[in-house]
Design a protein around this ligand. Structure first.
Ligand code: SAM
Ligand code: SF4
Length: 340
């Protein structure tokens, strides 16, 4: 991997004065699950030649770190199914050691965690997010189509044994897991894991109709308030998550409501796909190709130019709507392209 030295490039500040310090990088569009809200069962994935190599991903991430990105999240698709991903993690860990990067983290479905947890920890990863929508093995099979519940639970155990702090992410789905949320909360908090609930987002065509699944988190919160005492915590993420403390358990519960606009003004993030396309906003289709400038020369001058041009187009906010007419999704790409 390149051991390019981090130079002091100008920070990434968008036209609305927001500094970009958080980059989410999708390292593959492939996945060993087919969650019903995320993918169709019969997905066509990108040809391998379109993907950035691990070396190119390293160069791209390093260019952003040189521009002030301090937190990097590897996601997908399922990041841990990307071959040799651990070599990218190892190589990126040099930025943790140098102090240029505060955090290197991963969002995973947990299926491959048993195999990789210790290596992740060894290379400086300290916290990971594991997506888990139910604690019922049969329902887990139904929602992931291809997932194995016990394997994910084993992966979570391995991660915790390796010293990783685990946060559980669950998509809130009407008629699927709404009744289970209190028990998931108790389970997670008993083991010292935070739980974050995510509202479904209209990203990409799936086999079903999303309006059936959509469950506003305001309803979930109101329901939880019948059982638990929720205390709002100050926002520290600059992202779409709002956190509360559950007084009865002492743990934290997050609500990610991407359909509301209230977080856009503090947005500090951008997303890169595994083909090197930069999305300036999760909820907009506008994007910039960074693969061409990356491949055009060995130096990073063209790449930085393209990044500057892209950031000048970062929009003020997003255009999400769950369309009750059942029309096309607001954003054509699947979540597995940009990794959430
Ligand atoms: N495969 C990994 C995983 O599942 O954690 C990482 C990628 S996945 C796309 C990232 C997150 O996006 C997961 O927590 C998943 O539940 C969530 N997600 C996928 N499609 C979504 C949708 N349409 N609306 C809301 N969240 C979604
Ligand atoms: Fe795969 Fe994650 Fe999408 Fe589920 S949510 S299909 S695990 S990428």
């Amino acid at each position: 991997m390149s051991d390019s030295v981090i130079t002091s490039e100008p920070p990434l500040i968008d036209p609305f004065g927001r500094t970009i310090s958080y980059l989410r990088v999708s390292v593959t569009d492939r996945c060993d699950f087919r969650c019903v809200y995320c993918m169709a069962e019969d997905m066509t994935f990108l040809p391998k030649r379109d993907l950035l190599s691990l070396e190119e991903l390293d160069r791209l991430c390093s260019a952003f770190i040189a521009r002030g990105v301090r937190k990097l999240r590897l996601t997908g698709g399922e990041p841990l199914v990307r071959k040799n991903l651990m070599s990218l993690v190892e190589s990126l860990s040099r930025h943790l050691k140098s102090g240029a990067l505060d955090e290197l983290t991963v969002t995973t479905n947990g299926s491959q965690l048993r195999q990789h947890a210790e290596t992740l920890y060894k290379h400086g990863v300290r916290r990971i997010n594991v997506s888990l929508d139910t604690l019922d093995a049969d329902k887990f099979k139904a929602i992931t189509r291809w997932g194995d519940f016990e394997r994910v639970m084993d992966g979570i155990r391995a991660a915790r044994d390796a010293g990783l702090k685990v946060k559980i992410n669950a998509v809130a789905l009407r008629g699927f897991n709404d009744a289970e949320i209190p028990s998931m909360l108790t389970w997670a908090h008993e083991q010292g894991m935070d739980l974050t609930l995510i509202e479904t987002m209209p990203l990409g065509d799936i086999d079903g109709d999303r309006t059936d699944q959509y469950l506003p988190l305001s309803d979930v919160r109101a329901g939880l308030e019948n059982t638990f005492t929720l205390t709002d915590l100050p926002d520290q993420t600059g992202g779409p998550a709002r956190y509360v403390r559950i007084e009865e358990t002492g743990g934290r519960l997050g609500f990610i409501t991407p359909l509301s606009h209230n977080f856009c003004e503090s947005c500090n993030r951008m997303r890169i796909t595994c083909t090197g396309t930069l999305y300036m906003c999760l909820g907009q289709d506008d994007a910039a190709d960074l693969r061409a400038p990356l491949r055009a020369s060995e130096g990073d001058a063209l790449l930085h130019q393209a990044i500057d041009e892209a950031i000048s187009r970062k929009p003020k906010g997003h255009d999400f709507v769950i369309d009750r007419s059942g029309a096309a999704p607001a954003v054509a790409r699947h979540m597995s392209m940009t990794g959430g």
